[in-house]
Structure formats: C-alpha cells, structure tokens
Write a protein that binds this ligand. Structure first.
Ligand code: ATP
Ligand code: MG
Length: 269
C-alpha cells in the first residue's frame, strides 16, 4: 500500500428531493482507496453504498444532488468535473461492474462490438480491427470460451455468467486504476458466483487496479477485500482491515450486521 490514496472521498453528502422532503442518502462519508488495494463496502440495504459510488462516477440520477464533498483522483476533484471530462475518466481510469450485466450490455449489439467500442472510446488511434483483436484477447483473459466465435453473438445468446465476464472484460480493457464493482455476483447463480469472483480476482491481478467492492456477501469480502468500510444510514460506522472487522469489530452495529448478513460456511469463526 502506498502513502497517497488513489481515490479520496471527503465529507460527501448527497440528497434526493429538495426542501423539507429532502432525503439524505449519503450523509458525510470519508473514504480513501489506496493504489492496488481492494476495499469492501458493506451495509444494509438503503445505507447509501450505491449512491455514494454513483456520485463519485458522475452517474447520479437527476433527482439527486451533491450537497457538498470532494472526490479526489489524480489531483482532480471528480465532483467538480464536467460531464465530458468525467466520461473520459469513466472506462479508462475508473471502470465499473454492476449487478446486472444485462443493463450494462446493449441488447442489439454483438458482444465483440461492445467490448471493442469500450476500447476505442478511449483509444481512437486504434483501427476497428485492432480494437477487435484487443477485445478478443481480453474476452479470452476473462475466460470466455471460443471468444472468436462467441463474441459475434448478441448478449441474449450468452448466459448470465458469460455476460458478466464480458462486462468485466470491457471494464479492464483499458487498464483502469480503479474498478468499482457493485454487487457483481448477486444476480448470478451460486455456482456461477464463485467463477465470477475468480474472474474479478484475476482481473485485479492482471491490471493491478484498486477495487471498491460493494456487496452483501461477507464471503466475497473475506475473499477479496483487504479493508472493509461499514456503512449505516448514509454514514461510515466503522473502517478497518478485513481481519479486524470480522474478528474484533469495534462498533456494535458491525457485530449486528455480521450476524445478519449471509456468509460462507465456516467463515468467519
Ligand atoms: N432514485 C432514487 N430516488 C429517491 N431516493 C433514492 C433513489 N435511490 C436511492 N435513494 C435513497 O438513497 C438511499 C441509499 O440508496 P442506495 O441505493 O445507495 O443504497 P444501497 O446501500 O446501495 O442499498 P442496496 O444494498 O439495497 O443496494 C436509499 O435509502 C434511498 O432513500
Ligand atoms: Mg446498492
């Protein structure tokens, strides 16, 4: 872990609605992510995990408003960048994997074209053929069998697990420094979940990217995260190493949450 954070979120506040009807979805969170590390974010449904990350990515719905805060990456405050600048960062320095691969893939374009497009959007110097070749390489890396044949198919011809592989391929194709994964395995069958975890792990190793991993699954956190952030009602309740959070939580809420969330058999003891 190096001394300077890659991403540093400070006092982030996000509201939905205005005036008396305003709901504070994120209520002043601080979060540092260091180069190459994986930070797990856990917390009950509605605690603000997704909204916090969408704010950082510039992807909040229109009804949301950033009240205050900073999100520093590469010496720039992401919360103050324009849409074009943010679009340039998304898919290159930061990329995302969301819960449902179908919402990340366009139904009417072939998988190959979508992964190649993710590459070309940030590498306009590549020819279409070069982008296709690179896309096929990445699809191969994430374990898509027979990529040359399969990638010419449309997303509906792929299984959920294969689609999530394609999304991960697109996410790592441009060697991001930070990968934000929000419930990347939740929509998948249990047997496929383990495979996708392996893909995420190797994606992280291949790119050296830091990772923010939002999940309800403590087994996933235990397997992948070095540090854990526990959120409750829009705030960070506790931050610590995975070891400390699991074995010696300081906040009673963390203890309660650990007891309530699903966990891999036998973990943690
Ligand atoms: N589109 C929306 N309109 C209004 N309020 C919203 C909207 N999306 C989220 N919120 C509010 O923001 C809060 C935080 O939502 P968020 O989606 O970040 O929770 P989460 O921690 O990601 O939950 P989950 O684990 O279920 O994904 C919610 O409790 C809700 O009050
Ligand atoms: Mg969420």
């Amino acid at each position: 872990m190096s001394d300077a954070p890659l991403l540093s979120v400070g006092d982030l506040v996000v509201e939905f609605g205005t005036g008396r009807d305003a709901v504070r979805a994120v209520d002043g969170i601080d979060l540092d992510v260091y180069p190459g590390e994986t930070v797990g974010i856990v917390g009950e449904s509605g605690s603000g995990k997704t909204v916090a990350m969408l704010a950082v990515l510039g992807l909040l719905p229109r009804s949301a408003r950033i009240v205050r805060g900073t999100a520093m990456l590469d010496g720039q405050d992401l919360l103050r960048l324009g849409r074009r600048a943010l679009r340039r960062i998304r898919g290159s320095r930061i990329s995302t994997v969301f819960q449902d691969p179908l919402t990340s893939l366009h139904p009417s374009y072939r998988v190959l074209d979508q992964v190649a497009e993710a590459i070309r959007a940030h590498h306009p110097e590549l020819s279409a053929a070069e982008a296709d070749e690179r896309a096929l390489d990445v699809l191969d890396l994430v374990g898509v069998p027979e990529p040359r044949r399969r990638a010419r198919q449309y997303p509906h011809q792929w299984s959920g697990g294969m689609r999530q592989r394609a999304v991960i391929a697109a996410a790592i194709a441009n060697q991001p420094a930070l990968l934000i994964a929000d419930e990347p395995t939740t929509a998948l069958d249990v047997t496929v979940q383990a495979q996708i975890l392996d893909v995420l792990r190797s994606a992280r190793e291949l790119t050296g990217a830091a990772c923010v991993l939002i999940t309800h699954d403590l087994g996933v956190v235990a397997e992948l995260a070095e540090r854990v952030v526990v959120m409750y009602a829009g705030r960070v309740r506790e931050t610590g190493t995975t070891e400390q959070i699991f074995h010696a939580p300081r906040d009673p809420y963390t203890t309660e949450l650990l007891a309530a969330l699903p966990r891999l058999d036998g973990w943690p003891s």
